[in-house]
Design a protein around this ligand. Structure first.
Ligand code: ATP
Ligand code: MG
Length: 328
């Protein structure tokens, strides 16, 4: 299937007082046209940095040190800042992890929605922008949109703010949306509504969606394919059904073991948390970065490089013992 965004060997580093932190380490994947592709992993695994790197939004002094991001035949990492800002929002939009950090507290909701439309010239006049803003708010399920345009973000609930940032991401009709944990800050019922909304909008606008989450339940509900990140690297990539039924990386299996499940006899399967905690990315473990926490680890896992290799028709794993990983 045709891909719309191809990320190859993306590496992003951040200098810190303790040394250089490699937040994204040789990440390769492609987003296919019209799919929802999940990027999962524990906190600190580099999911947000991957999204930021794609759009050249890595906070200084961090920077992308190598790799390519191909979009419609262009390497985004080589685009000059002006061309990049024309593309951001218009072609590829991002929904940030924390909506309140993106919304401007002193600007009315309507102005924040119309600003990008006018800037990118997707509308011809302020009146047209205003009409489109009303339509967008209605689409994301905000009641009384005409009145709401005059509100300030603090007058919105958390769920409404998230709907608002989704509408801002849609404002310039992008082809690709990078949605960074769009539901994490919300309670479960609102989370479900927002996910359904996103999936509906993705269909309606034929969007290609990169959905970042640390929640396997969200992946199960929404994605077609999934990449699992650990300590800055993709350790497994597969279509959703394969990933859930036949994972080929012990880390994926560990994540699946953390999902509550009711067995056929009605008993609740005990959760098995992954022992230990994610590594320090300034001084990551040698060899496979997961080896200190891995039930299958042996001496050979402590040395060398473990690239992602194809282990099935739509499945890639970085584990040399992938054939020993049992289904969950
Ligand atoms: N501004 C920064 N300065 C220094 N280190 C940073 C900065 N931002 C992120 N990092 C580090 O980069 C690594 C990747 O961070 P990133 O935000 O991409 O993780 P994440 O997978 O999105 O986590 P979460 O699920 O918590 O959002 C982490 O180790 C983090 O500590
Ligand atoms: Mg993040």
């Amino acid at each position: 299937m045709e891909s719309i965004l191809e990320v190859r060997d993306l590496t992003t580093q951040i200098p810190t007082q303790r040394g250089v932190l490699t937040a994204v380490d040789g990440v390769t994947f492609s987003l296919r046209r019209g799919e929802i592709f999940g990027l999962v992993g524990e906190s600190g695994s580099g999911k947000s940095m991957t999204c930021r790197s794609i759009l050249q939004l890595v906070p200084k002094p961090g920077q992308v040190v190598s790799g390519t991001v191909s979009y419609q035949g262009r390497n985004l990492l080589q685009l000059p800042p002006k061309a990049m800002s024309q593309l951001r929002g218009r072609e590829i939009a991002m929904i940030f992890q924390d909506p309140m950090a993106v919304l401007n507290p002193v600007h009315r909701v309507g102005d924040q929605l119309t600003e990008a439309m006018l800037e990118h010239e997707v509308v011809k006049s302020k009146a047209e922008a205003q009409a489109r803003a009303v339509e967008l708010l209605r689409k994301v399920g905000i009641p009384a949109p005409e009145e709401r345009l005059r509100s300030y973000p603090h007058q919105f609930s958390g769920g409404m703010c998230q709907r608002l940032v989704i509408s801002i991401a849609l404002a310039c009709e992008p082809s690709v949306i990078l949605a960074d944990e769009p539901t994490t800050a919300l309670d479960v019922t609102i989370q479900d509504q927002i996910l359904k909304l996103l999936v509906g909008l993705q269909h309606e606008f034929s969007l290609s969606l990169l959905l970042v989450t640390h929640d396997m339940g969200v992946v199960a509900q929404t994605c077609q394919r999934v990449a699992v990140m650990y300590a800055g690297k993709i350790v497994e990539l597969a279509d959703k059904a394969t990933l859930f039924t036949a994972p080929r990386h012990p880390y994926t299996q560990g994540l699946l073991n953390c999902v509550p499940r009711i067995e056929e006899d009605g008993s609740v399967r005990p959760l098995k948390p992954i022992p230990g905690s994610p590594p320090d990315l300034v001084q990551p473990p040698s060899g496979c970065r997961f080896h200190p926490r891995c039930p299958l680890a042996s001496d050979e896992c402590k040395q060398g490089d473990f690239p992602l290799l194809q282990v099935g028709s739509e499945q890639y794993s970085a584990c040399i013992k992938h054939d020993q990983v049992r289904a969950v």
